[in-house]
Design a protein around this ligand. Structure first.
Ligand code: DGJ
Length: 738
């Protein structure tokens, strides 16, 4: 609900458990951020703006205006006019000048949520959400800024975005447009972010927030393996179950910066937006720039509550398409099975064996096109290599379909190999700085997607392959960061637009793809998990989480990913051993149990794995069918973290009606002479009784306990031998007496 309190000039934005207050101050119409926290009954907190505190009091004196600007909690701070904290908006006028400050002009409160042109964004019906459109201006710069806020009925997560319009007569340049800013008092915060590398994405990092600016960012043209467009400020005593959390997550897949600045007065400014490096957008008179959306969340109930709010928002108001609430086909991908060394016969032998075991889809990965027999060449030549695929693609797909399986295919549409026909025909289609040889990564260049003819050509190549056979799944990969940011198609003063134009083009291509092929299951991927972000989730309901599918490595990767994203979005497969990235050998059973926490599938040569492993597949397939609805749609709770205790990991999902739950326990290292472990479960109904069954340990007797007991006294996981062992524990509501 959003209300405007006219007399006090205060906007009150309420979610089920939080309030967000914005105030308009003085005849100068400063827009101040008053409050964000637990839900308030009234809107009478404007004293928090501290406008009566000397030396400058608005409307009363002019002597110390700068010092007022430097501490006023601005709702959307620009820079250069006395506020020396880092602002959200940078402009350079045609005359070369900088500096801006926004004041209130008007507002609208709308039912529902407007779309953001060209960008992924959350959505909701008129009944589900309400939006505040706050129009502000800088009349000296000829600039209007629209601040958009949406609150939803079914989650505490809210969204913000910003649109800048040139209402003057001359052009100006936007040198920075962040999408959200939050000024508040510091509470001795810690900062939580997600950090990683290739094959090691999204590990949780928590550290003390000190004075000055601390940020996480990407200038790689993708949200990246290394940092993640997420930031949370939490109180020192915040745990999974209690304590205050302020969090932001960016619905964008390109360069970003998320930062917190602690100032001299112990105020904090938390902000998020497109990274200003390599960004400069020219706005002609009358033109607008729409910045992407930030999801914002406050809770006083700890990190599980944060996770739950993000999961609800993404499941109900971001992910779209046929598969959003559906079980995904269990796939087998040939990448780690064959790499580039395959042909029709090999793929069909995998499919034949897989179909017998209950696997539902064959995905043909990299290497089926042009002369692609290694990763040196052929990106851009999206024509089937009929030397490998004898009889053509349609023959292969039809044969796979005849086995009762679906067929999926891999593309890397944004790239071009120097050794490709496409590059030989269009060398200028690769991003490059004129006069400087562009740097290769994985022997490839990045296509200049700021050019429409390039986008149209690539889209047509991809679409015509998809039109040629019954292809029901696409893995859209992207295997290098952007560099050499130069386009011969743009004038000098628009080169700073390339990175964002590139992202807009990727979104446009994927948008076209899901419109033209509405039944297609799209899975994004970027060398594993370099573009696992809410932006991509708008187009694909699942994203390949990491190239590292080792069951133990995956514990930290999946914990960090699930901190924000529903389990239904996490691409997770059972892969071969020794693991291709870390060389570790783990039991097939554990690999299956860990992969069950995601979309589930296989990434191995099923014709060559040990027979005892192969024999386990039908059982794993059955577990997937039995538990996937619960895993996909249930509420997720973190019970214990291997990344913190270095011994074991545990998570739990609970159905919405609290009648069923699944606990996954992974013992990473066995401890000698140790008793059972006591774990406090979560999310159950206190007054319900549950039958507790150890699914893969038949020696443990099934017992009945109340939800109250399981949550307060806990569940004992009996001690067992062996490293890398996992247990699945299924809880079902029952009527049985104790
Ligand atoms: C990176 C992906 O993450 C892998 O799964 C695989 O598709 C390779 N690219 C293929 O080049």
């Amino acid at each position: 609900m959003i209300t405007y309190h006219e007399q006090e000039r205060i906007f009150k934005l309420d979610t089920p458990n939080t309030s967000y207050l914005i105030g308009i101050v003085d005849e100068e119409n400063f827009i101040g951020h008053i409050y964000y926290g637990k839900r308030l009954k009234d809107a009478d907190a404007s004293y928090l703006l501290r406008t009566e505190e000397p030396p400058f009091v608005p409307g009363k004196n002019n002597r110390e205006r700068c010092s007022f600007y430097d501490c006023f909690p601005f709702e959307y701070p620009a820079g250069g006019i006395g506020d020396c904290r880092e602002g959200c908006l940078g402009i350079r006028t045609a005359g070369g000048h900088t500096g801006a400050m926004l004041s209130y002009v008007s507002h609208e409160i709308l039912e529902g949520k407007p779309e953001l042109t060209g960008l992924p964004a959350t959505f909701g019906t008129k009944k589900e959400c309400t939006t505040l459109k706050l129009l502000c201006e800088d009349k000296y710069a000829g600039m209007q800024v629209e601040l958009l806020y949406t609150v939803f009925q079914d989650t505490d997560a809210m969204t913000r975005s910003v649109k800048v319009t040139n209402v003057g007569r001359e052009h100006f340049y936007l040198t920075k447009v962040f999408s959200a800013s939050l000024d508040m008092d510091n509470r001795d915060f810690d900062m939580i972010s997600l950090h990683g590398s290739w094959a090691r994405e999204r590990h949780i990092q928590r550290k003390t927030l000190g004075y000055g600016i601390q940020n996480v960012s990407s200038v790689r043209g993708e949200s990246s393996h290394q940092d993640h467009p997420f930031l949370a400020l939490v109180e020192k005593n915040t745990t999974q179950d209690s304590g205050e959390v302020y969090a932001m997550n960016f619905v964008y897949s390109g360069n970003f910066r998320a930062q917190a600045e602690v100032t001299q007065f112990d105020y904090v400014r938390m902000s998020m937006g497109i990274h200003p490096e390599n960004f400069c957008w020219k706005l002609e008179a009358g033109e607008s720039f729409q910045a992407p959306e930030v999801v914002m969340l406050y809770t006083d109930k700890g990190l599980d509550a944060m996770t739950n709010a993000f999961h609800t928002l993404y499941r109900k108001h971001l992910i779209r398409g046929e598969y959003r609430n559906k079980k995904r086909p269990i796939l087998i991908n040939n990448w780690e099975a064959t790499y580039f060394d395959f042909d029709t016969e090999k793929l069909l032998s995998i499919a034949k064996e897989a179909s017998k075991l209950g696997i539902e889809m064959l995905v043909m990965d990299d290497g089926w096109f042009g002369k692609r027999n290694n990763d040196d060449c052929a990106l851009g030549d999206w024509q089937v290599n009929e030397e490998k695929l004898k009889g053509g693609l349609k023959y292969l797909v039809d044969e796979v379909n005849r086995l009762g399986m679906k067929f999926g295919i891999w593309f890397e549409p944004e790239m071009i190999s120097p050794d490709s026909n496409l590059y030989r025909e269009h060398p200028d289609w690769a991003l490059a700085i004129p006069g400087r040889p562009a740097a290769q990564a994985r022997q490839q260049f990045v296509l200049d997607l700021s050019r429409k003819e390039v986008v149209d050509h690539v889209y047509e190549m991809v679409a015509s392959v998809l039109r040629s056979a019954n292809i029901e799944y696409v893995k859209w990969d992207m295997n290098r960061p952007l560099a050499d940011i130069g386009s011969i198609a743009l004038p000098a003063d628009r080169q700073g637009e390339i990175c964002h134009r590139y992202m807009l083009a990727v979104y446009e291509m994927q948008s076209r793809l899901v419109k033209e092929f509405p039944h297609l299951l799209l899975e994004n991927c970027s060398g594993g998990g370099a573009r696992f972000d809410p932006g991509m989730l708008y187009y694909s309901p699942q994203i390949w989480c990491s190239d590292d599918a080792d069951a133990i490595e995956r514990l930290e990767i999946q914990e960090g990913t699930a901190l924000l994203y529903p389990l239904s979005t996490m691409g997770a497969h059972v892969s071969d051993c020794p693991n291709h990235v870390v060389g570790r050998v783990t039991p097939f059973e554990t690999r299956g149990i860990v992969a069950l926490a995601g979309t589930f599938g296989y990434e191995l040569d099923v014709t060559r794995i040990p027979e005892e492993d192969r024999n386990m597949i039908p059982e794993q397939v059955a577990l997937y069918h039995q538990y996937n609805d619960l895993i996909r749609e249930g509420d997720y709770y973190r019970i214990a973290s291997y990344s913190q205790n270095h011994k074991f990991d545990c998570w739990q999902v609970v159905s919405e009606n609290k009648e069923e739950s699944l606990v996954t326990f992974v013992q990473v290292l066995c401890r000698a002479n140790f008793k059972s472990r006591r774990l406090l479960l979560k999310g159950l109904a206190e007054d319900k009784r549950y039958e507790v069954r150890f699914v893969n340990d038949k020696e443990i007797q099934t017992k009945v306990y109340s939800g109250d007991t399981l949550m307060k006294a806990g569940l004992l996981i009996p001690s067992f031998q062996g490293d890398f062992q996992a247990r699945l524990i299924h809880l079902v509501k029952c009527e049985e007496k104790f």
